[in-house]
Design a binder for this molecule. Structure first.
Ligand code: PDD
Length: 287
């Protein structure tokens, strides 16, 4: 089956899909995006991702490209046309096409929209989760509005590359107070020495992860003690467990931080259980 992309209200072959050279996403990173995990052809945690998409667009004063109902139809159709059963769907909306000028174009152009979908090998992801993964730390160097899911991701790209070169899957940003904010494309968690689940509060300059929010609800339902409270890399290295969450990684145990083992260097029971519970929740709630 071929790959197809949805570009400005048309489905086109993936290999031929293109945007204008004066798309403001291309020139200024003036746009936002969302990523949904797909299970059995359906979008998981769909409402949370839509809510964050609307908020990101509002914060940047980019008009909605179409109604949520219409978006749902084209997202589902992109998933279907690409034959994706389990995978990811990516949506990007930019301020549109206009002659290059930093301030917003007036009159406002139509926002430009792109949707792609790809399959993920769930068995390979499961094998990786069973082994656990490594993270490195990097100084926080992003702008002050990381709550907006913008395509302006150069610091994240550089941090992720540093991680890859160090044999790690993710980089955890550490702010000027010496506290972990989040990963380059995921939220950061530990199970501390008291057995309490901890992740940074959303008053901090982080993305309000949809997976993070769902997992906190699931933890509350399961009576797992949690705190939205920051931790240092040292606390994380000395924690019982660590893990990351996101639409791409779901819940992924972290077994090494800057080369130091977390616990005995294997995935911990809480992270493993939360991964199972989150995946069950995501499958059941997918629509
Ligand atoms: N990233 N923090 C950052 C900086 C992220 O980019 C992401 C998601 C998350 C987790 O958010 P969620 O649980 O809503 O996926 C946290 C996506 C997957 C990406 O950039 O591909």
């Amino acid at each position: 089956m071929g790959r197809f992309a949805y570009v400005n209200h048309r489905f086109v072959r993936h290999g031929e899909a293109a945007v204008h050279i004066e798309d403001r996403g291309y020139q200024f990173a003036d746009g936002v995006y969302e990523v949904w995990a797909v299970f059995e052809g359906k979008l998981s945690d769909s409402a949370g991702h839509f809510a964050r998409l609307h908020r990101s667009l509002r914060e940047l004063r980019i008009p909605e490209p179409m109604s949520e109902a219409a978006l749902k139809v084209v997202l589902a159709e992109t998933v279907r046309r690409n034959g994706v059963r389990d995978g990811l769907v990516y949506l990007q909306v930019t301020r549109g096409v206009a002659p290059r000028d930093h301030a917003f174009p007036d009159p406002a152009p139509a926002p430009a929209i792109v949707i792609t979908a790809k399959s993920v090998d769930l068995e390979a992801a499961e094998r990786r989760a069973e082994l656990g993964a490594a993270v490195i730390t990097q100084p926080e160097n992003r702008w002050g509005r990381c709550d907006i899911k913008t395509v302006s991701l150069l610091p994240n790209v550089l941090a992720k590359q540093a991680a890859r070169e160090a044999g790690a899957v993710e980089a955890w940003y550490v702010d000027e107070l010496g506290l972990v904010t989040e990963g380059a494309s995921s939220n950061a968690w530990i199970v501390d020495q008291a057995g309490v689940l901890r992740t940074r509060d959303v008053q901090a300059n982080i993305l309000r992860g949809v997976t993070r929010a769902s997992l906190l609800e699931l933890a509350a339902e399961m009576n797992v003690a949690f705190e939205e409270r920051p931790f240092t890399p040292e606390e994380a290295k000395g924690a019982r467990e660590a893990f990351i969450t996101g639409a791409g990684t779901l819940v992924l145990p972290i077994v090494r931080i800057d080369g130091a083992n977390v616990g005995d260097g294997t995935p911990g029971p809480v992270a493993k259980r939360l991964r199972r519970i989150y995946i069950d929740h995501a499958r059941r709630g997918a629509d």
